[in-house]
Design a binder for this molecule. Sequence first.
Ligand code: FAD
Length: 457
Amino acid sequence: MSGHHAVVVGGGLAGVTAALRLADAGLRVTLLEGRPRLGGLAFSFRRGDLTVDNGQHVYLRCCTAYRWFLDRVGGTDLAPVQDRLDVPVLDAAGPRGARLGRLRRTALPVPLHLAASLATYPHLSPAERLGVGRAALALKALDPADPALDATDFAGWLARHGQSRRAVEALWDLVGVATLNATAARSSLALAATVFKTGLLSDPGAADIGWARAPLGHLHDTLARRALEARGARIAVRTKVTAVTPADGGRWVVDVPGDSLEADTVVLAVPQREAHGLLPPGALDAPGDLLRIGTAPILNVHVVYDRPVLRRPFFAAIGSPVQWVFDRTGPSGLRGGGQYLAVSQSAAGDEIDASAADLRARYLPELERLLPPARHARVEDFFVTRERTATFAPAPGVGRFRPGTRTRVPGLYLAGAWTATGWPATMEGAVRSGFTAAGAALSALGRPHVHPLEEAA
Ligand SMILES: Cc1cc2nc3c(=O)[nH]c(=O)nc-3n(C[C@H](O)[C@H](O)[C@H](O)COP(=O)(O)OP(=O)(O)OC[C@H]3O[C@@H](n4cnc5c(N)ncnc54)[C@H](O)[C@@H]3O)c2cc1C
């Protein structure tokens, strides 16, 4: 094994990926994580007999980096992608109860793969459906790397392209809020264009949805740890880094409580605020920019019923405060014939501080409105998980504050979903940033390496 020592700070998906890539390249790697587990913002915990994810996570077939990660840790079979995009969309506000529509694709080439589904989508008028098709084609022509798009808001662009409020609610925000963690009004056009172009307009299967059938902690902690240890990487959890300081000979000293480590390479894979606190002076031209990257919350409402109330694995809702609902029964290990649903609420700024009692009073009747069998079911458990800094806020203009992986000091690299990946804050962005950081570190060492996405191509 190489004598070159790389220390990765932060054991979220970005840090785990960087550590895996560096260890795969033969470096001696230490991964330091402040919390008791790996996985960062995508983790699981126990609640009695249940294993609970801190929030429902999904990914798309086009998330090639996250799929590499799943494959690398041996988790692909535990988080399969649906054969073909199929999203049941329930409109709660129908005059005769909830009405079901489907967003599905066919095997036809882009953009015809969605045409049939759009043509029959009952939640839009025929004119709105045509208008959506036209706007989608206009979106396809945009270049997300154009800085002017970063400064523009998505809602304004949609309005200029004739999209009604209904079309925004029933289609653009239905997808956009869940993927960007912001409404169109609060999203940069560049990030929205990335999501819609890559997901819906690149390859027919790009938006097929994948999600874990096992607890997230099994994939992002247990399996990740196993893969790292198999490569000889050392992992220290409950180890919060307090300082990263340049030392003689281009080396680094990484301080943890009661100890310090010497490193040749450091990857800082912590959230932007923590990165700002740990970066040595002069590492970035404008370190204050990191603090200008805002954050956005996600709330999950968890309900355990005494019987099945939902036949599908998930659905999305409109005409209701409910956004997306997932059946968590299998992954949670719930026994005894009940069903466990997680209601995933993105862009949840208005509700993140609401009490569990208020959320219960709000969401249980809504679920009954959407799912008639819930009206006769007993609620056996109800709880809420709140992630106040779930993602960076994809606000217009955020792109110019997101730094690349290289700092001004050799041997120090940044990673994290919030860095300049071109993607919104996602597992995909986090893994990509880990690739980029490890690739830059290996290039600086003159080590041959192939980008994993090129390897797979
Ligand atoms: C509820 C919720 C739902 C989401 N849904 C989706 C989804 O459906 N699809 C999707 O793709 N993405 C989703 N995301 C976003 C996704 O989880 C994140 O973008 C991704 O996990 C971020 O990974 P990261 O490694 O960049 O950062 P983080 O996960 O934040 O990892 C950073 C790590 O650094 C550690 N750390 C911080 N300071 C120190 C220190 N001083 N020393 C040592 N360690 C430190 C932290 O403890 C943390 O483990 C969701 C997020 C949440 C919270």
